[in-house]
Design a protein around this ligand. Structure first.
Ligand SMILES: [Zn+2]
Length: 147
């Protein structure tokens, strides 16, 4: 076995045992976050482009000929809502990247426990652990129902 091969198999063993090197982990998560960020920026740009020149504008113009402004409002509203969701996710990603840099990444903002690695792999910009997230959702649900 060559030196390179033995290094490779060593890395594989570490990975299998879940003993990922901290720097490797950070680099992987950073890549994941940046990739996700690029995707969202691209999506948002396409969304804006569509709205400015493409399908949606045509829809809006067609509707305007008929003088029904409520549909225009609706189309605008949906686009803006989609964009604001993108924006919120971007803010979360930037926060995660900052935390990664500061060394506080993966720690629940509510209880200070470490966030499960599996959860971070699915949702790399999560700021709460599963327990706290569930609690928050329950509270939010109750608050909504009370209103
Ligand atoms: Zn927590």
């Amino acid at each position: 076995m060559s030196k390179k091969e033995s290094q490779k198999s060593e890395q594989k063993v570490k990975k299998d045992l879940g003993m990922e090197d901290e720097n490797t982990r950070k680099a992987r998560l950073k890549k994941l976050l940046i990739h996700k960020r690029e995707d969202i920026v691209k999506e948002a740009r396409e969304e804006i482009k569509k709205f400015q020149s493409g399908e949606k504008k045509q829809l809006v113009e067609a509707v305007m000929d008929e003088g029904d402004m409520s549909v225009v409002d609706l189309a605008e509203d949906i686009s803006l809502r989609q964009l604001s969701t993108h924006r919120e996710t971007l803010i979360k990603i930037d926060t995660a990247l900052r935390k990664l840099h500061e060394g506080t990444y993966g720690i629940c903002e509510e209880c200070g426990d470490e966030i499960n690695e599996k959860r971070l792999n699915i949702l790399p910009f999560a700021i709460y652990c599963v327990d706290c997230q569930e609690k928050k959702e329950i509270i939010e649900k109750i608050e909504r129902e009370e209103m």
